[in-house]
Write a protein that binds this ligand. Structure first.
Ligand SMILES: [Zn+2]
Length: 1157
């Protein structure tokens, strides 16, 4: 058809150029082939070649759109049996495809040129060798084959076509027979390089001897034939991506060979002119070490030391970074995997559960047969699962197979529909009436006061009354230091006052004296061990508490200690951390998000590798160990002292690695063997002015905001006593990367071969004899909550209705407070009482995840606002009845968990079917919501406060059927969706008011993995349309007023207050009708705010890809390649047709830095 249509144009067009006329003649000859025409064809092609070689515009004519020139040329090539004609045509094609970019190649490929060329290659290989012909064919093949920079015009099916046409061996043989003939060898190698980009081809080529061939060509440093060498190395690297080939090469001892060649080039290429060759050698080694055998051979060949030393020499030359980075990648891959130095990864503490649900995580945890090593799987890889065999099938139509949809989006429309069935009979729910007395209470004129706390008296159990000691790193009482004491005043045993000075100067032995603070006079110094000399009764230090009362109206150290006494922890803590005792005053100064310095990660990794290279430098001294409480504490003055035996503390072990470097291991959540992220511990015995490096070595998340400017928090007791009691962002050289400690598949969801991650930071302490605390985020203990609530209740005025109930008792025997806050009715008149009772309910909760302490600070901001005397607050109280559960997981918070409750489960995955015994707070919170719904008081708003470890800013997740359906591209015509857009109003309002809030980070998509979370269950089952999770960053903001700053408690509390103001504004947008019937239609006045078009980018795909509570990491920077992240050691590239995979090692830190901007 094509030719038919084009024929007139080519043959008869007036003024057709000479080349087109010649092509027309050629075309006629092709159509009626006669033997006698051979000469004519030869002549015509010769003429065409001549014209094309001499007149550039003729090439354009041939290749112009609509021209059938290429058809004619290819048809000639296919049909002619004449060598000279063939050579003429090949030369014509070479000329045509030399310029013109990818379009001309595209035309060639689309006309079937590749296959014709390959067939020609195979058929002519049967004849006696014609060098010129082979040269031409291979040069052309190289032109049309895909290159590293994949262009759409190159032939992506090239590799498959070559194999199917039997061309692979022909090229290998050509190369073998022309080792000295570089003119022909080079194009052959170039084509082999292209062939071997396909993994199946690589296997086949390996069998044909291509590997031997490459090893013959590559060699030590030489200034000759560097182009050839580079192509050979790249071909070899591509061939070695096949595990079978890699094994072959390792078996023949080629790893030492390659290392020697690399060293030779390193030594001789002194002016770094051949960096790319050196990088290609490393590329071969890198692929060889993808197999276990290769890693072993690398270690045996002293590869670590060789690459370490060469890299160290390359470090000063910035242009050699690609070598350092690839070397680093190889060394990390080969670094022998270690076990975590722990007897078991199960939590140090266990808590007997009233029952263990079969199939639950705890049942799994304890059902392991004795002797099963839960620290590490020896079988971290399984070479038997290799797929790289002869039977390999190739997915040749893979190009369409890419998935863009998120699997996690709920596509079952029935699961997006409300499920408002009554799960419990109302009779059972009736007991929750006691939490809703405001709906029934009768106010007498003389009984017009807020009920206040109706909590049972503190669940303080004298039998559990442990002495309380302010923590210290001192285990033993220093011999020659007398506790400072005031001269004349008797000590008040129940109250602590810290004397900051003896003679008006800071106490030089603060660290020691702090250790002697005891709450009750009748106990030993450190409460537990009792190995120190007994205190003379009452011989207590008098310490002056920094006066923070003016700054911290809700804080009271004495009250805090009282609260601690009623807090029940699994380890039965007897100590109190100073920061919680002194309190924290929010900083006034700005704490910018750190710019990550160039090369930090690389430096850290090299220091880690040095552990292996210079093992004698490593101290490996355990200085803190919860698993071995009798761990001898070396009091050599050389080591830091650690402690975390206090509420929310969770350091399990500290190991001194070098003089000023420590590996730290965090404890697992109780009744679990993982979830390490949160940390809180104390350090003492430091030297000022020295840089200490700390590595938390058992982190689990694959990335962290610590890579993007977040710092750890530090609290200095000296600073506190000097008048600055505050948590401060601190640490330099912070980074987060995959380390060489392997993770048990038991703790990695069954995945084998996983590693832990290290979070490393460096700190220089300013003060001598200080005691400092480090935390993942601003701590907020359960005892702090109780203290704040007690203080808040004291703010109650006659206008405020404030009631504190006990929602339930937790598994660990702690009380879960439930607050009710609203305005007192104006009078006992029917009208006022009726208004009082008809206020819509707003239901708030927080801190279901213990590690998300920021959510507690946001809650504190909300509570303080609600209890404040401002007119706005009063107006808000008059508008709503607030039901607030400020801490849904007290046990987790107390015991230093990151994510779970004592049941070893994530409580925010239990809302669908909470167990009354195992998940009491969730069970009763949900029941209370069911009660509210059953009594016609379905909350107007439900919001659960969380913290977010991987994103910046504050934002909300809501639930929308429509937006979920949009994301899934499901045909929406069959489901009738009339959705009230009211769920958008509150986030929109907050984005206008709260500087930390970012609307573009919000998402309203319902995910499958979230179907048991509070947000989704309250939306579906309780029918709360405005059901949200509010996520606050742990790091900082990248937009708005706080752009570029880390977040602090001031900003978090402000967010909590602004949330309340947002609710007040929401009131104006909701009609009385809607307040009672939330499914009503929109009001015009709200339309503007609810219009999805007015909300920027809200359904962008980046907002809904969620992992646990956190969206998948989508920052611009991909650090994973550097750490060889998620690449199973034996990971095989996709068997995609011919695609040349990008080299991960080229992903240097430099290029990543570029991509940051
Ligand atoms: Zn959370």
């Amino acid at each position: 058809m094509w030719q038919e249509m084009n024929k007139p144009k080519m043959a008869t067009e007036k003024g057709a150029s000479r080349v087109l006329m010649l092509l027309g003649q050629l075309e006629r000859l092709n159509e009626e082939p006669k033997v006698s025409d051979t000469d004519a064809t030869r002549q015509i092609t010769g003429k065409i070649l001549h014209i094309i070689q001499t007149q550039e515009k003729t090439r354009k004519e041939v290749m112009s759109k609509g021209s059938s020139g290429m058809d004619v040329i290819l048809s000639t090539l296919e049909n002619t049996g004449d060598l000279q004609t063939t050579l003429n045509v090949l030369s014509i094609l070479n000329e045509l495809l030399t310029v013109g970019g990818g379009r001309r190649t595209g035309v060639f490929v689309s006309k079937g040129g590749t296959a014709i060329l390959l067939q020609l290659l195979v058929s002519s290989s049967k004849d006696p060798l014609n060098e010129e012909l082979m040269l031409h064919i291979h040069t052309l093949l190289f032109k049309v084959g895909p290159k590293d920079d994949i262009t759409s015009s190159s032939d992506r099916k090239f590799g498959v076509k070559a194999r199917l046409n039997g061309a692979l061996n022909v090229t290998v043989n050509q190369a073998k027979h022309n080792l000295q003939n570089h003119k022909l060898l080079l194009p052959c190698l170039q084509v082999l390089r292209v062939y071997s980009g396909n993994l199946v081809n690589a296997v086949s080529l390996g069998k044909s001897g291509a590997l031997e061939l490459m090893f013959e060509i590559i060699g030590p440093f030489s200034k000759k034939s560097t182009t050839l060498l580079k192509v050979a190395l790249d071909t070899l690297a591509a061939l070695l991506k096949s595990k079978m080939n890699a094994r072959w090469a390792v078996d023949r001892g080629y790893i030492p060979t390659l290392l020697a060649i690399y060293q030779d080039w390193h030594r001789n290429d002194t002016r770094h002119r051949h960096m790319i060759i050196r990088k290609s050698i490393l590329g071969c080694i890198k692929n060889l070490t993808n197999i276990k055998l290769g890693r072993k051979a690398f270690i045996d060949a002293n590869g670590m030391r060789i690459l370490y030393n060469t890299s160290t020499e390359c470090l000063p030359v910035r242009t050699l970074d690609p070598l350092v980075n690839t070397s680093s990648l190889i060394m990390r891959k080969c670094f022998p995997k270690n076990r975590l130095p722990l007897p078991t990864i199960k939590s140090v503490y266990q808590y007997p559960l009233p029952r263990i649900l079969a199939g639950g995580p705890v049942a799994q945890l304890y059902s392991l047969p004795p002797g099963v090593d839960d620290v590490v799987d020896e079988s971290d890889e399984n070479e038997a699962t290799e797929v790289d065999t002869e039977n390999d099938t190739e997915n040749e139509d893979d190009e369409t197979g890419h998935k863009t949809q998120n699997d996690d989006i709920e596509t079952d429309i029935n699961k997006l529909r409300p499920r408002q069935m009554q799960s419990r009979p109302f009779d059972e729910l009736r007991v929750y009436e006691r939490f809703c007395l405001e709906f029934t209470q009768y106010f007498k004129d003389n009984d017009f006061q807020s009920p206040g706390s109706v909590m049972p008296p503190s669940s303080f159990d004298p039998n559990r009354h442990h002495p309380l000691i302010i923590p210290t790193t001192q285990n033993r009482r220093p011999k020659n230091i007398q506790p400072p004491r005031s001269n004349d005043s008797p000590l008040e045993l129940d109250s602590i006052s810290i004397s900051k000075t003896l003679e008006g100067k800071p106490n030089p032995d603060l660290a020691c004296s702090l250790g002697q603070l005891v709450l009750d006079g009748d106990v030993s110094v450190n409460g537990e061990s009792g190995d120190g000399p007994q205190e003379e009764s009452g011989d207590q230090a008098v310490i002056e508490v920094p006066d923070t009362a003016a700054l911290l109206p809700l804080h009271d150290p004495d009250l805090y200690l009282e609260m601690v006494k009623g807090t029940r922890s699994v380890p039965a803590y007897t100590e109190v951390a100073y920061p919680d005792y002194f309190g924290h005053v929010a900083l006034n100064l700005r704490e910018p998000i750190l710019e990550r310095a160039y090369g930090v990660q690389r430096t850290k990794i090299f220091q880690d590798i040095e552990r292996l290279i210079h093992p004698s430098d490593i101290l490996d001294r355990v200085v803190y160990d919860l698993d071995n409480q009798s761990c001898p504490i070396l009091d050599n003055g050389e080591s830091l002292k650690f402690n975390s035996k206090f509420e929310s503390g969770n350091l399990r072990k500290a190991i001194q690695i070098r003089k000023f470097e420590y590996d730290l291991i965090l404890n697992s959540d109780i009744n679990s063997n993982h979830y390490h992220q949160w940390f809180y511990f104390e350090v003492g015995n430091m030297r000022p002015g020295v840089r200490y490096r700390f590595n938390i070595i058992n982190c689990e998340k694959s990335n962290s905001q610590f890579n993007y400017g977040m710092q750890v928090l530090m609290y200095s007791v000296q600073e506190a006593i000097n008048g600055s009691p505050q948590w401060v962002r601190t640490g330099s050289d912070i980074c987060y990367y995959k380390n060489h400690f392997s993770r048990s598949s038991i703790a990695a969801g069954g995945q084998k071969g996983k590693s832990y991650f290290s979070m490393t930071f460096t700190v220089t302490f300013q003060q001598k004899d200080d005691v400092c605390y480090f935390a993942y985020h601003y701590p907020y203990t359960y005892s702090t909550l109780k203290m704040h609530l007690q203080k808040l209740s004291g703010l109650c005025t006659s206008e405020i209705y404030y009631r504190q109930d006990e929602l339930c008792e937790t598994l660990g025997g702690n009380s879960c407070p439930l607050l009710t806050i609203t305005a007192m009715p104006e009078s006992s008149s029917n009208e006022h009482i009726s208004q009082f009772r008809s206020r819509p309910v707003v239901f708030l909760s927080s801190r279901v995840h213990p590690g998300e302490t920021n959510s507690s600070w946001v809650m504190k901001g909300s509570l303080e606002f609600l209890m404040s005397s401002s007119p706005q607050a009063q107006s808000l109280r008059e508008s709503y009845i607030f039901k607030i559960i400020p801490m849904l997981n007290p046990d987790g918070v107390i015991n230093g968990n990151h994510r779970c409750s004592l049941s070893g489960e994530d409580l925010n995955r239990q809302w669908q079917n909470p167990n009354a015994e195992l998940h009491p707070t969730i069970y009763h919170a949900k029941s209370l919501l069911q009660y509210l719904r059953a009594t016609g008081r379905t909350p107007l708003v439900f919001c659960d406060y969380h913290g977010h470890s991987r994103k910046k800013n504050v934002f909300m997740y809501g639930c929308s059927v429509k937006e979920t359906v949009w994301q899934t591209n499901v045909n929406t015509s069959n489901c009738d969706l009339h959705e009230d857009l009211g769920y958008r109003t509150l986030p929109k309002l907050l984005s206008q008011m709260a500087p930390a809030f970012s609307l573009s980070s919000c998402s309203f998509v319902v995910e499958r993995s979230k179907e048991a979370t509070a947000r989704v269950v309250v939306w579906r089952e309780i029918g709360v349309q405005r059901s949200y999770t509010m996520e606050s960053t742990l790091c900082g903001c990248d937009q708005g007023k706080y752009k570029g700053l880390q977040i602090g408690t001031r900003e978090l509390e402000e967010m909590g207050a602004q949330f309340c103001v947002g609710l007040l504004r929401l009131r104006r947008f909701t009609t009385p009708l809607e307040l009672h019937n939330h499914n009503s239609h929109l009001l015009d006045m709200e339309n503007d705010l609810k219009d999805p078009r007015s909300i920027p980018n809200i359904t962008s795909p980046t907002t809904y890809v969620l992992e646990e509570d956190e969206p998948a990491f989508l920052e611009e920077v991909d650090y994973s390649a550097e750490s060889n992240d998620e690449n199973d050691p034996d990971f095989e590239p996709d068997l995609q047709d011919n695609r040349v995979l990008p080299d991960p090692s080229s992903d240097s830190e430099l290029s990543r830095q570029d991509s940051l901007t």
